[in-house]
Design a protein around this ligand. Sequence first.
Ligand SMILES: [Zn+2]
Length: 298
Amino acid sequence: MRATPTRRALLFGLLGGAASAATGCADLGVSSVSNAGTTSPPRSAEIQGGAVPQPPLLPPPPPDPATLIARHAGAVPHEWGPAVTGTRTRLAAPGPRMALTFDGCGGPRGSAVDPDLIALLEREHLAATLFLNARWIDANRELTDRLAANPLLELANHGTMHLPLSVSGRSAYGIAGTASVTEVIDEVMVNHQRLQSITGVPPRWFRPGTAHCDEVAAAVVRDLGEEVVGFTVNGDSGASMPAAKVQDALTSAAPGSIVIAHLNRPLGATAEGLAAALPALRAQGREFVTLGGAGALT
Ligand SMILES: [Zn+2]
């Protein structure tokens, strides 16, 4: 059955035995399609900022779990996937901006580091948002501190156990999702607190494991002070794409795209593809921004 005892233990920050849901990043299976147009149009007032991340706006303290659970009790989700109502899948304003996002999924098969990608981001002074899972952080704490100290990089929440975010136990790619509002809160807030302890500010963006969620869970995330972020373009299919396809995905991305790729697959060709795409992207006038720097949330 489900790993309920393990998840309940997360309320107390006990991450030992986290292997129960450690299937690596099942973002791998997400098809390389654009999600453009599947969510509500962004508000034009959200357009602000530039390539350099701005100090995050501090949200109000999240309501206590009992209040949240009561608020969403009985809500029945009708949507499921990487682009449900209440999620962001592209930047608020197209312009020349593009957001590179890289996931560190954690778990026994997902906690490695692509050193070529990290070196590329640092060498080329690229702005990017890094969605880090709690288990990846625990396996790479010194590197996480280094990434947090880079003003061009923004750390975001990729969950505690890398679970699809459901209030009813929906699954994605064979991974059982959270099954209640309480479990959604656990999945978000344990890593929320871990990231805040590292960066000093609460994370603003959440990407579920497998990138799947339902719209009720997305609303819970918003109540917790974060916002679910999907993607416009699948940049590496879980780092399974050859470099040429990564390059093609990047150079053909529409302005305003949020690109999902991975930083935890050293055997993949994500770094090589990004490096190959950079000259064309710069010739196109693309401006790399973090999600916070893009002003996607105001
Ligand atoms: Zn992932």
